[in-house]
Design a binder for this molecule. Structure first.
Ligand SMILES: [Cu+2]
Length: 559
């Protein structure tokens, strides 16, 4: 039987892994390392090398120490003239309505030169840099081939960022087709916070009292070299790495801090909370309030005791250490891997430690406002649904362990013709039917979106549609995930719905942000969990009008 949706790789029966993509051995336990030995570092801020112009050079380095107790490890990094990095990249700070240009230079070795033993065979060492969360023209979006241009070793690519959007927790990372999971793991990612004229007025902790953390998991060989494998559909390391340091510590004062959390892991979800470092069940934990999501501030900041962050998601959280003088708290995680389980990988229960000083050095005049008024968080959900059309998409496994995306009717591959083709200026609700056993974080480029909520599904029919009568009660987005977003946790056997307006024309992508899935790494790139996103001029009249939450509920239940 011919299987639809496998693009350049039509297959019958189970997917076969290309012979040259030999499955590497799985990584063993990493060497022992003392946690909370080293202070976490904040990446330096990139300086422009011309008027609003930056040059980022991606290269191989041999100097990075993930622990001060270890020797150096081979890594990749982005560097600027002012900031020579050996892991991740410098932080690129942008301001609203101040466009910048970023020239990315590929200083990786020549095509075909293996950089890491676990790299894909036939690695041409091409890169393309995506500013994740940035609303930039499609041709500056870092779109993977064949829908975009990648940069060969020795080449460069200049991208233009207009920066007309509201303040957002943006980051950047490699997006080369079938290779970005490797490149991000090896170090090609960085922070790119975008600010505006409103942000300072919110009164949130800033300056020395605002920190950003890229959360990752890694495995290491006995010689402290990186270990990575796609023997399983996902990759899970056994050690936490925060901004390039294994299980670091952060000195804080007994006052409020703004923490930007970026999940830069390949596959691992983190269900985070603050727990006493000594394991005691002592006093109440420092109060946490989520103030921001991926691409903007929450209208109503949300107090939380815990939060889930999936690969690609960002949360801005105010943590109040007031009253916790002299205490030590760990950022704890109890998320199964894969999420939500059953767990098959090493758990990472403690990511980093906060050591609270006995006193503040200056009075804390910050605050957590009850309402944050931004230019991208003022439209009501009712107003968005009133003008939206409904697009149904799906995720399923045609072969066990090999997840694929599709439209309402069939599974498709990255190289198949686009089916997600919103009209420029239109508003769409996307209803994602996740029929796989795992949660996946779905990311659309070129759009500012918000989560509507989810419906549990008891049974899917042979065509992948929910069996009427088995769809459970609607679960609205949790308060802490109700702000401007671009990446959404879609649990297994749920329909997850989000909405947004398409304002940028052109061709980019939407995909699972489990990087191994996006790359189709377990199939040597043959089946990728990524699809073209083409924002054009044709009205999508065959998509039903949503009109209201009640009608959306009916449409989802009776597809
Ligand atoms: Cu996935």
């Amino acid at each position: 039987m011919f299987v639809l949706g496998t693009g350049l790789f039509p297959v019958s029966g189970p997917v076969t892994v290309p012979a040259e993509a030999a499955v590497p051995p799985s990584c063993g336990p990493s060497p022992a390392v003392t946690p909370f030995l080293d202070d976490v570092r904040q990446p330096p801020v990139a300086a422009p090398d011309g008027q609003d112009h930056y040059t980022l050079t991606a290269g191989v380095h041999h100097t990075h120490r993930f622990s001060s107790a270890w020797g150096p490890t081979k890594t990749l990094a982005y560097s600027t003239a002012n900031a020579a990095m050996d892991y991740l990249g410098p932080t690129i700070v942008t301001r609203k309505d101040r466009p910048i240009k970023v020239r990315v230079v590929n200083a990786l070795p020549a095509a075909g030169t293996a950089v890491f033993p676990f790299d894909q065979p036939r690695d041409e060492n091409t890169i393309t840099t995506h500013r994740h969360g940035g609303l930039q023209p499609a041709d500056s979006d870092g779109v993977p081939v064949p829908n975009g241009a990648e940069v060969p070793p020795g080449g460069s690519q200049t991208q233009e960022y207009p920066n007309h959007q509201a303040a957002a927790t943006v980051w950047y990372h490699d997006h080369a087709d079938a290779h970005d999971s490797y490149h991000v793991y090896e170090g090609l990612a960085g922070l790119a916070p975008h600010t505006d004229e409103l942000e300072p007025s919110f009164g949130l902790p800033q300056g020395d009292f605002a920190k950003a953390y890229v959360l990752q998991d890694k495995s290491f060989n006995a010689d402290h070299s990186l270990c990575y494998t796609h023997a399983d559909p996902e990759f899970f390391g056994d050690l936490p790495v925060i901004n390039g340091t294994i299980a670091p510590k952060q000195a804080v004062q007994p006052r409020r801090y703004t923490f930007t959390l970026v999940n830069g892991s390949d596959s691992r979800f983190y269900h985070l909370s603050l727990q006493p470092a000594d394991g005691s069940r002592a006093a109440a934990a420092p109060a946490m309030t989520v103030v921001g999501n991926d691409v903007g501030y929450l209208r109503h900041p949300a107090p939380v005791g815990d939060l889930l962050i999936s690969p690609g998601e960002r949360y801005k959280v105010v943590v109040d250490f007031t009253g916790h003088e002299g205490q030590r708290w760990v950022l704890a995680n109890d998320a199964a891997a894969p999420y939500p389980g059953p767990n098959t990988a090493a758990l990472i229960p403690r990511l980093m430690r906060f050591d609270v000083a006995r006193a503040v050095t200056s009075p804390d005049r910050s605050r957590v406002p009850g309402t944050i008024v931004e230019t991208n968080n003022d439209e009501s959900l009712t107003g968005q649904l009133a003008k939206a059309r409904l697009r149904t998409v799906q995720a399923a496994e045609s072969t066990p362990g090999v997840a694929q995306l599709g439209d309402a009717n069939r599974l498709l591959n990255y190289f198949d013709a686009a089916t997600e083709t919103p009209q420029l200026g239109s508003t769409e609700v996307w209803a994602m039917r996740n029929r796989t056993p795992d949660a996946h974080p779905f990311h659309e480029h070129l759009a500012e979106l918000r989560l509507i909520g989810r419906w549990p599904v008891g049974q899917w029919d042979a065509d992948g549609k929910p069996v009427p009568g088995t769809v459970g009660a609607f679960e609205p987005a949790k308060a802490y995930e109700s702000g401007p977003k671009d990446t959404f946790v879609a649990p297994p056997d749920h329909i997850t719905a989000w909405v947004g307006t398409y304002t940028i024309p052109g061709t980019s992508v939407w995909h699972c942000h489990i990087l191994s899935h996006e790359d189709g790494a377990s199939t040597g790139g043959a089946i990728e969990m990524m699809r073209p996103l083409v924002i054009g001029s044709a009205p999508q009249l065959r998509l039903p009008l949503v009109l209201s939450q009640a009608r959306l509920d009916r449409l989802v239940r009776k597809p």
